[in-house]
Design a binder for this molecule. Structure first.
Ligand code: SPV
Ligand code: MN
Length: 608
């Protein structure tokens, strides 16, 4: 039997083989040889960190028709199959050894799952080109760095990754023989005439937790395919819980306090609940909008952005509310638009605040004109989950130093937020780490959105906004969180926000009010303002908010609005505690502290 390197020499053209040979890693060679033999691509391209190799991928995305050029230089559009434009939760499964049960999570017997996915992927790349790409998660040369290799036959997926992640070929060369890397194998499968995945009945996303490998087949939507994003996230959560750090679904941003003070916040919100738009508030500074690693370095919680780009929701982005994103989307930086409306080479989307064409190419087909789909549903101009992919360096408000710092930045505050119509006030602060982790993070509920396939607007339990991605037992996950805080010399303050309070069908807040909550939280991190103690934590005083509304938004803030927004909704809060209690109660292995905290909160509410 030939060794892996010899097999690769046979499988690859000379120039490509030379690139692989540079990496002295038999584990990588074995993985590559096995999968190239199995997938049977007709051509293989290996991406080093060179600009030429990246350019090759970009060009191939156009050549194979997965992307099309738009009028603005460096802008392209990509379409996914009409029924493949959000994460497919039902077909995303964690492959676990026999006997392992993970509450809430979609698991499958590992042996069986591997057999099925291998069968689906056998020869799936015949007639196609395979791209082998190397990236790292987190900054390079740091305690946070995690290397990863991606195999994909989608130049769109590879191109997206070049916008979203730091290049990692040199890192693989430097590392030499190690098993310490994550592996992703993706195939879009057979494509239709629009170059979108055709065999959706065989769409599968299988996450092998044992071998730290993710397989994704017959899908193109980024959340199902971009290996380093939500697929890697499952693997890094598992590592984090084993090793005692945090891998979270959070933005990372700088809030600018008085006298040039810089305070960093992380924020965990489910998809489509204001995460990106919070991180993009024009007068604050973004570091990242989706994923962070947080480690205890010298007793302090320090965070890095896992990524260097944004795969953001485009719906509702308009010049007034999102001036920075708006400007970036209209400048000639490299951007992939997906599932938007295109007319005469220009992209349009729902809620962009200007009149848009009533016909053109969109996510439903080559010619859309207010038609209905097979289910009789009206098709809007763009998909609700239509997205843009762009590097963070395009944003003038990027905190570049924080993005690149190998030691990350100290976290001053951690925010949890969901889409909650009737229970939580717009902002409040936890009494302490444990109170925040349990009654805010672990008790988060949010209405479902178009970011996943399925019904929208249903209140759903979503602890730490992570449930869609969790890969370990929820009890272990929460225990790790509590333990992480206990070991810190200085814990970040924990806050909860809710931008979605409604009364009689009316929003109680305007879109930019969140900018005021942020400034208040910044002041609280440094104990610069007082607060009112309530049964569920500390809430702002009216006078402080009034001043901040004036300073930040030049807006009058009435006592009447304050009272409506910040009244403590006791029956709703009690009902919520009951719901959360019932969710955790039947599960084994939930930390005792969770029930104690919930009980204490309930008592405070009953007495109030
Ligand atoms: C999200 O839905 O939370 C996203 C996009 O950030 S996805 O890659 O689909 O997860
Ligand atoms: Mn996300």
């Amino acid at each position: 039997m030939k060794n892996a390197l010899e097999r690769l020499e046979n499988l690859l053209e000379k120039e490509q083989f030379e690139k692989i040979k540079e990496i002295d890693n038999p584990y990588l060679h074995e993985f590559l040889a096995e999968w190239i033999e199995w997938l049977q691509p007709s051509k293989v391209f290996v991406c080093t960190d060179s600009p030429e190799d990246e350019e090759y991928v970009r060009w191939k995305a156009l050549y194979y028709g997965e992307e099309k050029m738009l009028e603005m230089p460096r802008h392209t559009v990509h379409y996914d199959n009409y029924y493949d434009q959000a994460r497919d939760k039902a077909n995303t499964k964690l492959l676990v050894p026999k006997g392992v049960t993970l509450p809430f999570l979609n698991t499958m017997d590992r042996e069986e799952g591997l057999r099925e996915i291998r069968e689906i992927m056998k020869g799936i790349m015949r007639g196609k080109e395979l791209f082998i790409c190397f990236f790292v998660l987190g900054p390079k040369n740091s305690v946070f760095t995690i290397p990863a290799v991606q195999l994909t036959d989608s130049a769109y997926v590879a191109h997206s990754e070049f916008l979203l992640y730091r290049k990692g070929y040199e890192e693989f060369v430097r590392m030499g023989p190690t098993r310490n890397f994550l592996k992703f194998v993706h195939s879009a499968g057979e494509l239709d005439e629009r170059k979108t995945s055709k065999n959706l009945d065989k769409r599968r996303i299988y996450i092998d937790l044992v071998d730290e490998t993710v397989y994704s087949a017959n899908t193109q939507y980024g959340g199902n395919t971009i290996g380093l994003k939500k697929l890697a996230f499952r693997l890094t959560i598992q590592r984090a819980v084993r090793e005692g750090w945090l891998s979270e679904h959070m933005f990372l941003m700088r809030v600018n306090g008085p006298n040039g003070r810089k305070t960093y916040f992380t924020g965990a919100y489910p998809s489509m609940c204001g995460k990106t738009s919070t991180a993009m508030i024009p007068w604050e500074n973004i570091v990242g909008d989706d994923l962070v690693f947080i480690k205890n370095l010298d007793g302090k919680a320090r965070a890095v952005n896992v990524e260097i780009g944004v795969f953001g929701i485009i719906e509702g982005i308009n010049e007034k509310d999102d001036p920075i994103i708006w400007k970036v989307l209209h400048s000639p930086v490299e951007i992939i638009f997906s599932n938007v409306l295109v007319k005469d080479g220009k992209p349009y989307w729902n809620g962009m605040g200007i009149p848009i064409p009533d016909e053109g190419e969109n996510h439903s087909g080559k010619w859309w004109r207010g038609k209905k789909d097979k289910e009789g549903k009206e098709i809007p101009p763009s998909h609700k989950n239509a997205r843009f992919t762009v590097r963070l360096e395009a944003f003038p408000n990027l905190d570049k130093e924080a993005l690149e710092n190998p030691c990350g930045v100290e976290v001053g505050g951690m925010i949890f937020g969901g889409r909650d119509p009737d229970t939580w006030p717009p902002v409040r602060e936890a009494f302490n780490w444990q109170h925040g982790v349990i009654t805010m993070g672990a008790s988060l509920e949010s209405e479902t959105t178009a970011a996943t396939l399925g019904k929208e607007g249903v209140r759903a339990f979503n602890p730490m906004s992570i449930l869609d991605f969790l890969s370990v037992h929820i009890g272990d996950y929460i225990r790790n969180y509590l333990e992480f805080g206990r070991k810190l010399k200085k814990t970040p303050k924990i806050f909860a926000v809710n931008y979605f309070l409604r009364e009689n069908g009316q929003w109680l807040n305007e879109k930019l009010d969140k900018a005021v909550w942020l400034k208040w939280m910044e002041l609280r991190v440094h104990d610069d303002v007082g607060a009112i103690e309530t049964p569920i934590g500390y809430i702002p005083k009216y006078e402080d908010l009034k001043t901040l509304f004036k300073q930040v938004l030049n807006k009058e803030y009435t006592k009447e609005d304050y009272e409506k927004q910040f009244k403590i909704r006791i029956p709703e809060l009690l009902a919520k505690i009951d719901r959360i209690w019932k969710i955790y109660e039947p599960i084994d292995n939930i930390p005792e502290e969770l029930f104690k905290e919930l009980e204490a909160e309930k008592e405070r509410l009953v007495k109030a």
